[in-house]
Design a protein around this ligand. Sequence first.
Ligand code: ITT
Length: 199
Amino acid sequence: MPLILQPGTTLVAATHNPGKAKELVALLDGRFTILSAGELGVPEPDETETTFVGNALLKARHAAHLSGRIALADDSGLSVTALDGGPGIFSARWAGPSRDFYAAMAKVEERLIETGSDDRSAWFTSALAVAWPDGPAVVVEGRVDGELTFPPRGDRGFGYDPIFIPAGHGLTFGEMDPAQKDALSHRARAFEMLKAALF
Ligand code: ITT
């Protein structure tokens, strides 16, 4: 039987990151009723996998198992060419336990300077996974390429948005209107694939 998500289905958004949760709700566009993992008291699992896809599946399966509901998870991050794809799956961890992304962005800049490279190309990845409680799961991955800029610009968005300029644009994700980011982001691209697979 094909896996289909009917409009109106209740989904658990398996994220504890408010910036991400907001974007997921905007992308879902009123199609589903969303409960957050935080509201349901579902704890964050340890992200023990080595890929975005692996960690997205792990988070979705964990939330589906504990809540008894279909769960949607995102695992994402910033990859920098001159840092061999880092911080990548460690993007949240570079911000430390207090989730200080200004410190994390400064660390990216320091590491880039240390390499001596003038390559500022980078990309964001988002793996989105949907898991049925103790059942099947689907995972897709989207990417957006761009360039890094320092110092950080803009206070919209979240995480590394103030240093990332998507290719073909002049504004950082931190300066863009949220709707503009949602039209071209890694998360939006992954979401298009999810829609094609499940809606
Ligand atoms: P959950 O696991 O609870 O969803 P998290 O913040 O720990 O929250 P990740 O492990 O997927 O999530 O970490 C991804 C990090 O990458 C995230 O904390 C952001 O700082 C960064 N990131 C991901 N998508 C981003 C975006 O659209 N804009 C800016 N930074 C982003």
